[in-house]
Design a protein around this ligand. Structure first.
Ligand code: ADP
Length: 324
């Protein structure tokens, strides 16, 4: 018996990010409010392939706006990388009479969504969920603001102890391929130097800067490094050897993924989730929602995935001036 109401399904995929729950809540409640049935898929693309799909009601998303992670759970699916896996995923959607699929995840997940559309004709709408903020065509991805605030909180705490003991600290933040978190958190935390994978850095120059700082009476220095630029321990070793100062290091790691989302991420996720439902019902079928300035835009996934998102080098220059 075909369902009388149109159906929309949602999944979260790839690395989780704070604010995903707020987005799920928004998609579910907006869709229900527009007279759709909503299905939740557990465990990302693997769950879609295996048919882990069930109806979601408004009450199922109650009380989750402030919770990190994703109630639908996320994950990586090597099977979905293959055309057979995507065909199986499309079968699940067909068997459940799903008209639209909302995919909340990073650039890998969105690449998979685009292929699902191209090969299987599934109407997909992407939502950018990534603490790295590396998804093109959106100023912000869901989770980035929370991640940088977590990093800044850590930098502030370390600054207190570094100041009390005349120490240099090297703090490693996430960012294997890019320095968005390092730049933003470093600037906000008043870091004396920021190392990012996109631009060359000068460790002997940083040693000179540290010596000059001590000569001026500076009590502490903090170097922020993106994991893809240099590990905290390698920077620590170099600086300590060259300057003779006591240098400590700290790797923030996965704590940057967790935690209660900031107000900014909650509002962003709520706005984007509602927009995803709206554009799906308006006939968009291979698009991602992005924030450009203050406005939400739906951009074709083909455009999003062939665009490069670059860091703003001005921010690095600004951080250098602030460290003088
Ligand atoms: P993120 O979405 O956070 O960037 P991944 O890159 O690990 O995380 O991607 C998550 C999942 O999306 C993968 O496990 C896979 O199932 C799917 N995916 C990623 N890249 C592709 C691709 N090129 N083709 C098909 N599916 C992909």
């Amino acid at each position: 018996m075909p369902p009388s109401m149109k159906r929309l399904a949602i999944l979260t995929s790839g690395g989780d990010s704070p604010g995903m729950n707020a987005a799920i809540r928004s998609v579910v409640r907006t869709a229900l409010g527009r007279g759709l049935e909503v299905l939740g898929i557990r465990n990302g693309y693997d769950g879609l392939i295996d048919g882990e799909i069930s109806p979601m009601k408004s009450v199922d998303v109650g009380g989750i706006i402030g919770r990190g992670g994703t109630i639908l759970r996320s994950g990586r699916s090597p099977r979905f990388m293959e055309p057979e896996g995507r065909a199986a995923a499309a079968r699940t959607l067909k068997e459940n009479a799903v008209e639209w699929l909302v995919v909340l995840g990073g650039d890998g997940s969105l690449t998979g969504a685009k292929l699902l559309h191209e090969e299987q004709g599934v109407a997909v709408i992407g939502l950018p969920g990534s603490i790295d903020n590396d998804i093109p065509c959106t100023d912000l991805s869901i989770g980035f603001d929370t991640a940088i605030n977590t990093a800044v909180e850590a930098i502030d705490k370390i600054r207190d102890t570094a100041y009390s003991h005349d120490r240099v600290f090297v703090i490693e933040v996430m960012g294997r391929r890019n320095g968005f978190i390092a730049l933003e958190a470093g600037l906000a935390g008043g870091a004396e130097a920021i190392l990012i994978p996109e631009l060359p850095f000068d460790l002997p120059g940083i040693c000179d800067m540290l010596r000059a700082g001590v000569a001026k009476g500076k009590r502490s220095s903090i170097i922020v490094t993106a994991e893809g630029a240099a590990t905290a321990s390698s920077v620590q070793e170099f600086l300590q050897k060259e300057t003779g100062y006591e240098v400590r290091c700290l790797v923030l790691g996965h704590m940057q993924r967790g935690g209660s989302p900031t107000a900014l991420d909650r509002v962003l996720a709520t706005r984007m989730g509602a927009e995803a439902v709206k554009v799906a019902m308006a006939g968009y079928d291979c698009h991602t929602i992005g924030l450009v300035g203050t406005k939400l835009v739906a951009e074709h996934l083909g455009v999003v995935l062939s665009t490069q998102r670059n860091v703003d080098p001005e921010r690095l220059l600004l951080a250098e001036v602030m460290a003088l």
